[in-house]
Design a protein around this ligand. Structure first.
Ligand code: GLU
Length: 504
């Protein structure tokens, strides 16, 4: 089979708007996008909404939102337009009718008047004979008179394609090489349904041709449609675009296709997410998700796990995509996400990502304060969500002190803790410059003087000023909170310890 005569690469991502975007769909979109960008071609978004029963009115926004979040911009399609629009199939029905009629007129398709009841009966009989299900081509052999009679009676019909009955169909797949199908196994596929809508097959082929698509990159589950589409192209006398079927994503344990049912926990306690919005909500950075997906089914090479989008655009080679379906290594994404947060984002970029997370948790974010907090958390975050636990206290309007028992560190008692905090209060209060090195110079010797380890003293102090055992670095935290707030909180802690000391 020859490839297309079009010299400029034009690929499309053609989702059906049946629900929120799946991570597997995002990977298909990404590989198309990388291929287009690598070749200086066009990436087209086409919405295949011919299945009215499964249509979800929210899906288009979710698809475009997911693509935008991932940074996969489209050159033609909904919202941006383009020379071969409209890019939504339900707005192109006339075209499909026109081309279905063309096939009818050229005796390459036929009207099928069989009722659903008859089709069911045929399948039942086939099942009894242990034959694979499928249409028995009854209407393919109706005489002209019989067709005319059915039409005169106003019987409803669908249009079916006259598939070749013998021989073989070989499709050249850019990843898999030649794939051969026995024509006797192919069905007379439905082109137009009784509701007047085309099937996926007709609309997909007509649109790929009319939109001058040069390469079709789609999920492996469509491989069995390839010979059907090949025969349709042949019937129309159109060149078929080059085609590649991408490996499907499997569950992290390699068992079974990653699907909506995979959401939650699989074996090994690995949390599996499936929808793009779940990744977004869980705090994964789009850069990390894109980096991760690029390396599932294709390999950047040189054993490199971290690379930029620009680097992958430069290297991406569709013929090197693996044929075998790929397990989805979620734990690698967790690791990558941490790498991106800690090493790839500037403090300003990170601040911009953290702000909505804090706000989502009901915290009020002062930009200036956040700017000071970011350097303290950047190397400690695995996910943007971690900021809430680690440093959310900076953004809470009301400070709720920790219960006094929590102030008491290992091998200490209430009286000792209170005394330590009192001495710390005095030292800090006497400081004219409330600054890191001064604190260090004063408080370390103080710990020694009190017969405590630095960990004990700083632990008590940390709980006093943050109400947390784990938080941002102590001295920097006190500097950000300021002298007044720090002292007030230590005072509060001392007061709360009074009760315990008196009880003892
Ligand atoms: N509408 C199909 C889907 O949602 C597109 C398949 C193709 O790319 O041909 O998967």
């Amino acid at each position: 089979m020859s490839t297309t005569p079009f010299s400029d690469v034009r690929v499309r991502f053609a989702p059906s708007p049946t629900g929120p975007m799946h991570i597997g769909g995002a990977r298909t979109a990404l590989f198309n996008w990388l291929f287009a960008r690598h070749n200086g071609g066009k990436f087209i978004l086409r919405i295949e909404d011919t299945d009215q029963k499964r249509f979800d009115p929210n899906a288009l926004d979710q698809i475009t939102g997911a693509l935008r979040w991932l940074g996969l911009d489209w050159d033609e399609g909904p919202e941006v337009g383009g020379p071969y629009g409209p890019y939504v199939q339900s707005e192109r029905l006339d075209l499909y009718h026109q081309w279905a009629n063309w096939l009818l007129e050229h005796d390459k398709a036929y009207k099928c008047f069989c009722t659903p009841e008859r089709l069911e009966q045929v399948n039942k009989e086939k099942e009894a004979r242990k034959e694979p299900p499928g249409y028995d081509r009854h209407c393919r052999y109706l005489s002209r008179d019989e067709v005319a009679q059915n039409e005169a009676e106003g019987k409803s019909y669908i249009v079916r394609f006259k598939m070749p009955l013998e021989g073989e169909t070989t499709v050249y797949d850019l990843i898999r090489g030649d794939v051969t199908f026995d024509n006797s196994t192919l069905q007379d596929l439905v082109l137009l349904k009784s509701d007047g809508y085309p099937t996926y097959h007709l609309a997909n082929v007509v649109d790929d041709h009319l939109m001058h698509i040069t390469h079709i990159l789609r999920a492996n589950e469509w491989l069995s449609s390839a010979p059907l589409h090949y025969q349709l192209y042949q019937a129309f006398g159109w060149p078929m675009p080059a085609i590649a079927h991408l490996p499907v994503l499997l569950n992290p344990n390699g068992k079974g296709k990653l699907s909506k049912r995979s959401t939650g926990f699989t074996e090994g306690g690995q949390k599996v997410l499936v929808l793009v919005k779940e990744f977004q909500e869980a705090g994964y950075l789009p850069e990390a998700v894109v980096n991760f997906l690029t390396n599932v089914g294709w390999s950047f090479g040189d054993e490199r796990e971290v690379f930029t989008v620009e680097e992958s655009i430069e290297r991406f080679d569709i013929t090197k995509v693996q044929a075998a379906n790929s397990a989805f290594p979620m734990e690698k994404l967790d690791w990558l996400n941490g790498v991106y947060i800690r090493e790839k984002l500037s403090p300003e970029e990170l601040a911009a990502r953290l702000k909505p997370v804090l706000e989502r948790h009901g915290l009020t974010v002062d930009d200036d304060l956040l700017r000071h907090v970011v350097p303290l958390v950047q190397i400690r975050l695995k996910s943007p969500e971690d900021i809430v636990e680690l440093a959310g206290f900076f953004f809470r309007d009301d400070f709720t002190p920790a219960p006094p028992q929590e102030l008491i560190q290992k091998k200490m008692d209430a009286a000792q803790t209170r005394a330590a905090l009192e001495r710390t209060y005095e030292k800090l209060a006497a400081m004219d410059e409330f600054e890191h090195d001064r604190m260090d110079a004063e408080l370390r010797p103080l710990a020694e003087e009190l017969g405590l380890s630095a960990g004990q003293l700083f632990g008590a102090l940390r709980v006093a000023i943050t109400a947390q055992a784990v938080a941002t670095p102590l001295f920097e935290t006190m500097m950000i909170l300021g002298k007044e707030t720090t002292l007030a909180r230590i005072k509060q802690a001392i007061d709360s310890l009074n009760i315990l000391v008196n009880e003892a």
